[in-house]
Design a protein around this ligand. Sequence first.
Ligand SMILES: *Cc1c(COP(=O)(O)O)cnc(C)c1O
Length: 468
Amino acid sequence: MKFPSEPFKIKVVEPIRRTTREERDRLLRGAGYNLFQVPAESVYVDLLTDSGTSAMSDDQWAGLMLGDESYAGSRNYYHFEQAVRSIFGYTHVIPTHQGRMAENLLFSTVVKPGACVPNNIHFDTTRANVEHQGAEALDVVIKEAYDPHCEMPFKGNMDVVRLEETINRIGPDRIPLVMLTITNNSGGGQPVSMDNVRRTRVLLDRYRIPLFFDACRFAENCFFIKEREPEFVSTPILDIARELFSYGDGCTMSAKKDGLVNIGGFLSLNDDRWAQDITNMLILVEGFPTYGGLAGRDLEAMARGLREVLDEDYLAFRIGQVRYLGELLDQAGVPILKPIGGHAVYLNAKEFLPHIPRAQFPAQSLVAALYREYGIRGVEIGTVMFGKTDPATGRTAYPELEMVRLAIPRRVYTNMQITYVAESIIELFRRRETTCGLRLTYEAPVLCHFTARFEEVLQSSPVAQPAF
Ligand SMILES: *Cc1c(COP(=O)(O)O)cnc(C)c1O
């Protein structure tokens, strides 16, 4: 295994308070075994999300001091516009405070009730914003994406055959745009190949349907293209990005990921008419077009982050660090989703805790145990997040996968901390039968995973109920 040596040194440190197991046990009970309810200060390694958690560089921090907070025409907007244009190449650059606002502005402008928006897999906010318009958010990823054991280089690819069938079934007039999420977050941070983007483009050209990218992790996706598509082995990442975006008509972006900032996003597109309508809505709900809900200094940090994220040493370290964690776990026999994605390692909780029936939330139980034993915070991506209980029958429809996502913040943790995470998980895996299941005691009507409460089911027998 190649050790991912850091391409930076540390200039500012943020102390982490160490906690005891007793303290974490108390906090966990108080939080109803829901890690969203635990104060971040009581977490040792926080792998809840890679969104907005990046460490900025000295150049970005210096940029903050150069913020021009003029209401209109701030110089930072022009820097930002230039940075976005030079990578993405689209005509209009519309800043927003984060990604979901870009989605909301786009969909509320171009998606009508009864329409359908295909994507490889919609991210939660993308799906919610499409559905909010009374339209259908359809996932058309290749079927291998749903098999945690299937190893393929571009498991985020669009199923182009199924996309064509979908267009013919629904009718191109009802599809205002198609989206491609790079990398495919909800499918495990798996990349989309350039070849797949080209084939999607050719198909959509035949039906005159625009293609938009959900570009949150575009640089990570481009790194995988360079690594895995022979045509691009010696192409600079910037050129890969430019070619990739040239096949689209626009993109939405949460800069909280590959913008390397703590807040920010944008929408960029070529269509003048759409851009005009979106800009009018932006002024109504977000802000003037040269700041879009951000301070001038935030735009400057974003402009600088977008350039830094294309640095190959950075990307090799970034992808390498995630892979390093995944490989340590895999070599010790810990069940993880394969191949290892760009921003996170996913533990397969059904296989990690086979003695806990699905009705007792194996992934949530694993999240709770990781925190109590080691102070590590991951996030459940399984029944709590996606399970649907029919109020009439009380029966639960379980999602296909029951995962714990360990999302790695960018440039935040040292390899030693990542090693600590791996060793902790391996130790827990070796005594996995000591982990018990959970029982739901409170469930909110919507987005229940943020506020759900649980209690421990104490004697979880090793030959429990059949797995659902
Ligand atoms: C984070 C994310 C979004 C939403 O961005 P926010 O900045 O959190 O609003 C959209 N799509 C994908 C793929 C994401 O990962």
